[in-house]
Design a binder for this molecule. Structure first.
Ligand code: THU
Length: 127
């Protein structure tokens, strides 16, 4: 799937975000090695620390479907452009990077921004 389409799906997912506290809506769309696609949005909780980010929500759906190799993830928020993943989500992503790497796709003010995962998360924790 084209990265522009992946970003469109992340955008659609962001509209479903449940973010009554921060008002910061995020959508994510994962593309796996088997060309499967999963979306997720952030969902918050009265107990703030229980909030789940859009990226981890999308990755969880991929994992639940047996897809463990992610080659791209698009992230979109109407609030911030570009919207890069938080540190916790980067650590979670590091577990599922495909053999050919992982592209991080976001919408910048002047078009699509594509970064290599290694560029934004060097020396991640591993057991
Ligand atoms: N959020 C995400 O969904 N992804 C990130 O990478 C960073 C933050 C959400 C969590 C919370 O609902 C809102 O954005 C504000 O932090």
């Amino acid at each position: 799937m084209e990265y522009t389409e992946l970003l469109e799906r992340a955008k659609a997912a962001s509209e479903k975000a449940y973010a009554p506290y921060s008002k910061f809506k995020v959508g994510a769309c994962v593309l796996t090695e088997n060309e499967k696609v999963y979306t997720g949005c952030n969902f918050e909780n009265s107990s703030f620390g229980l909030t789940i980010c859009a990226e981890r929500n999308a990755i969880g759906s991929a994992v639940a479907d047996g897809e463990l190799k992610i080659k791209a993830i698009a992230i979109y928020s109407p609030n911030t452009k570009p919207c890069y993943p938080c540190g916790a989500c980067r650590q979670v992503m590091s577990e599922f990077v495909s053999d050919s790497g992982l592209d991080i796709i976001t919408e910048a003010e002047n078009g699509i921004d594509i970064k290599n995962f290694d560029e934004i998360f060097p020396e991640g924790f591993r057991l």
